[in-house]
Design a protein around this ligand. Structure first.
Ligand code: 5AD
Ligand code: SF4
Length: 451
């Protein structure tokens, strides 16, 4: 029997969907060894942090959080001498032993390439009473064949690639996630099939850049082949993230008009609307090329919802550059824009670029963009008023237990009154038609239409 049997653990997850998926696998793995997941750190003998280092704020938050649990006593009845603290994910990969030097009460550090070694490292640290640090340069195998504990039984993430070869000059990801590796098409489709058999209704294909899928594989299967293969499993909803505009092909775009289960929502990070900044970012497309992609996508799927990522304040960004970004965001009509202030990451090429724009100027640019994004989201949502949308119900609203909440095909949050006498458990994980009577900036609300 594993020495982790019946031990309690809690998970803290930061960052992207890849990290959330890694956390599901960590939970699945520890539970398969008999450990028990708990919600709060007070009840946990083991605390596992799955970390992100994409921006400085994520680093700072982690340090604060790890320090803050230091003095919380172990749950009563535990035979451990102290709570075991494990740090994995991107900060683990980047900092390794340095983390233990900075935070001596941390017991295990692991990286992005070896999450399957966590149980062993943890057992050794418990038995020996000392630290364990292991980060690997790259994984020997594509380690997705671990048990996974899904947050919702009806929705699953399915990684198709890990790592990134793009080296955008601001980005730390290629250094902490390694070179891009693709899972074979057979593996991906087999997993999709088994998820469907398990009752999953929505699959989100994951990769740092799903569009470059398959370049490292024999026969070079393309992302379009993955979409067709997963679509053929009959899963009700397919989504994917993230897509690099330089690699989005006409073949993939056409599938938005062909595959009934490919949802009409596309996240296509543009980062900037200025060609000069895009060049300095090493994005390898122009704003015009990006606009051309949007036109093509809308030609095959006029109702599609578009979302994007924008970085404000990249080194050397002038007022004119920012204006180009502002104009691009305004003219595209996004449903959602994730806006970030540039954060200098040691070891990336942009960290060496001269950065003279005053903080207040960047902050003002950021705020004006956030206002624009809200107007744009509000405007985009108005087209849904009066329409009936299929909503995958997830649970009751946090604010009001008599309301249920879910997502439309366009990935907009929808609230609807729970029908009289209906238990939420009967609706959770089902797709129901909702007539929309109100369209707000970040959600829609309406009434469930009973058949
Ligand atoms: N500073 C700010 N934002 C960043 N992103 C990536 N690296 C940085 C950085 N150094 C943003 C990009 C990316 C998203 C996931 O995070 O917009 O698309
Ligand atoms: Fe980072 Fe660029 Fe790779 Fe995205 S594509 S993970 S922004 S290097």
């Amino acid at each position: 029997m594993s020495s982790l049997s019946e031990r309690t653990f809690c998970l803290y997850t930061y960052g992207c969907q890849m990290n959330e998926h890694d956390s599901e696998r960590i939970a699945g793995m520890l539970e398969s060894l008999g450990a028990i997941q708990v919600e709060s750190v007070e009840d946990a003998e083991i605390a596992v942090f799955v970390t992100c280092c994409i921006r400085e704020a994520a680093d700072v938050r982690l340090m604060g959080q790890v320090a803050s649990i230091k003095n919380i006593p172990l749950p009563s009845g535990s035979d451990l001498k102290k709570r075991m603290i494990c740090i994995g994910g991107c900060i683990g990969q980047r900092d390794g032993q340095k983390l233990i030097d900075a935070l001596p009460h941390v017991d295990v550090v692991f990286g992005t390439q070896n999450i399957e070694h966590l149980p062993l490292l943890l057992e050794e640290a418990i038995q020996e009473g000392d630290h364990r640090v292991e980060t690997l340069e790259s994984a020997a195998t594509f380690s997705t064949d671990l048990p996974s504990k899904r947050v919702h039984p009806w929705a699953a993430w399915l990684p198709i690639t890990v790592g990134c070869n793009n080296f955008c000059t601001y980005c730390i990801v290629p250094y902490v996630r390694g070179r891009e590796r693709s899972r074979t098409l057979e593996d991906v489709v087999a997993e999709a099939r088994s998820l469907v058999a398990d009752g999953v209704r929505e699959i989100t294909l994951l990769g740092q850049n799903v569009n470059s899928y398959g370049r490292d594989l024999y026969g070079e299967p393309r992302f379009a082949d993955v979409l067709r293969g997963v679509s053929a499993t009959g899963v009700e909803r397919i989504r994917f993230a993230t897509s690099h505009p330089k690699d989005l092909t006409d073949e993939v775009i056409a599938l938005f008009g062909e595959l009934p289960n490919l949802m009409p929502a596309l996240h296509l990070p543009v980062q900037s609307g200025s060609d000069q900044i895009l060049k300095a970012m090493n994005r390898r497309y122009t704003a015009d090329h990006y606009r051309g992609l949007v036109d093509k996508v809308r030609a095959v799927c006029p109702d599609i919802s578009l979302s994007t990522d924008i970085i404000v304040g990249f080194p050397g960004e002038t007022e004119e550059d920012f204006q180009a970004t502002y104009d691009l965001v305004k003219s595209i009509g996004y449903s959602q824009v994730f806006t970030f202030i540039y954060s200098r990451r040691e070891g990336t090429p942009a960290a060496k670029m001269e950065d003279t724009t005053p903080r207040e100027v960047i902050q003002a640019r950021f705020e004006s963009l956030v206002d624009l994004v809200q107007d744009s989201a509000h405007e985009q949502n108005q087209r849904f008023a009066g329409r009936t949308l299929d909503v995958l119900i997830e649970g009751t609203s946090k604010r009001d237990g008599s309301m249920c909440t879910g997502h439309s095909p366009h990935n907009v949050t929808v609230h609807a009154k729970l029908p009289e006498g209906m238990a939420i458990e009967r609706l959770q994980g089902t797709i129901v038609p909702v007539r929309i009577d109100e369209a707000k900036t970040w959600y829609l609300s309406g009434e469930i239409i009973r058949g």
